[in-house]
Design a binder for this molecule. Structure first.
Ligand SMILES: Cc1ncc(COP(=O)(O)O)c(C=O)c1O
Ligand SMILES: N[C@@H](CCCC[NH3+])C(=O)O
Length: 383
């Protein structure tokens, strides 16, 4: 449940992001408790939301940080995440970003290609360091999610394909500045069909057996993130079912004795605590539909335009009878639309609208297109 009182939202200039830190804490605690039952380690995927008050709450439950750029590594370290709990993934790490990770002795580089391994080896050698690496392996498991956010199929750019591994294992000893510590998998995001995670476990068990048959035992398995959230029912389903999620891994994943199991959750931890709040500028009557024109647009929340993603929209100011509207933003793009044929109470200029479940991949993906100013963030439920 969102713990923000509607009246608290009235006095801020719109559009803005509202974060419910109380809900965030409850979500993080639930995830931490369920992971702890099996001794699992969670790294928070910073890409979902990098706001300092959010990171502070994540730190409080002891999670590590999963980063995909040098600046995310920097932000994680500056925010207080210990270097020993920072992992760095990404298909295109620049030399400067790799060097920054090396200088700070981060826990692990999740590497995505043979070429990257060669560059990392060379850069580590120049510094007289040994880089700890995990191989991100593409398990070819279908995440059954939007094709733009599927990452674990052979056609995707992510990870090293299984068929490349025999040659890679023969070659790895030559890359003497690398120390293989983990196997990494991440098959996609907003996964709501949890049987997908069972399929992932079974595939990882097979891949691990292959490594064992070649006498390679790594310190950890990293199963990535991807747990989805309920965009349709943000209040009744405010905290994802972490018990079932981690339970699947407990039941089906077969780690070796002493082998750690890591996760990289982003969306599931922060999506429901964020709301984009916007004011109605105009009501425009169309031939077939009425438009609500908001002062927020795809520049503040890109997900509907980019993935045709659904976000629940609520009118916080009106309880009148319901009408059908297309809810759009002010940006000069036809895709700047938050929802088509949405039933909302009769809406007027000045009404406040809430676009829910915007805590993950919302503010971080905002842009300055049309020279828009960045929408501010306000935090509720601070301790
Ligand atoms: C490698 C990696 N790890 C973790 C995540 C976090 O995913 P999610 O926010 O779906 O939990 C992503 C994003 O999809 C990713 O690419
Ligand atoms: N940005 C995406 C998810 C991509 C996750 C990162 N690999 C979203 O808004 O749903």
């Amino acid at each position: 449940m969102l713990h923000i009182d509607k009246s608290e939202l009235q006095n801020h200039p719109t559009p803005f992001y509202a974060y419910d830190l109380q809900l965030l804490r409850e979500t993080l605690l639930s995830a931490a408790n369920e992971a702890q039952k099996y001794g699992y380690h969670v790294h928070y995927a910073l890409k979902a939301n990098t706001n300092s008050p959010v990171l502070k709450e994540v730190l409080n439950v002891g999670f590590g940080a999963d980063c995909v750029s040098g600046n995310e590594v920097k932000k994680a370290l500056e925010s207080g995440f210990p270097a020993g709990k920072v992992v760095f993934a990404g298909v295109g790490k620049s030399d400067a970003e790799i060097n920054f990770g090396l200088e700070n002795d981060i826990f692990c580089f999740n590497t995505e290609s043979v070429h990257e391994l060669e560059v990392l080896n060379e850069l580590a050698g120049q510094k007289g360091k040994t880089a700890r690496i995990a191989l991100r392996i593409n398990p070819n498991v279908n995440a059954k999610t939007h094709h733009y956010i599927t990452t674990g199929l052979e056609e995707n750019k992510f990870g090293i394909n299984f068929w490349e591994l025999p040659q890679l294992l023969d070659y790895l000893p030559e890359l003497e500045n690398l120390h293989l510590v983990g196997l990494h998998f991440h098959i996609g995001s907003q996964i709501t069909d949890l049987s997908v995670f069972k399929a992932l476990c079974l595939r990882v068990n097979e891949i691990q057996s292959w490594f064992l048959s070649r006498n390679v035992v790594v310190e950890h398995l990293n199963l990535g993130g991807g747990l989805g959230v309920n965009y349709h029912e943000p209040d009744t389903d405010a905290i994802p079912d972490f018990a079932t999620y981690f339970g699947i891994f407990k039941e089906f994943l077969k780690p070796e004795p002493g082998q750690q199991v890591h996760f990289e959750l982003g969306r599931a931890l922060v999506a429901q605590c964020g709301t984009l709040v916007s004011r109605v500028l105009y009501i425009k009557k169309g031939i077939k539909t009425n438009f609500i024109i908001l002062d927020a647009g795809m520049t503040e929340l890109m997900r509907p335009a980019l993935y045709q993603a659904y976000h629940k929209i609520e009118n916080l100011s009106s309880q009148a009878h319901e009408l059908r509207y297309d809810v759009v933003g002010p940006i000069c793009e036809s895709s700047d639309c938050f929802g088509k044929a949405v039933m909302l109470p009769e809406t007027n200029r000045g009404d406040l609208l809430a676009i829910r479940t915007a805590g993950a991949y919302g503010e971080v993906m905002s842009s300055g297109y049309n020279l828009r100013e960045k929408a501010p963030a306000f935090y509720f439920g601070r301790r």
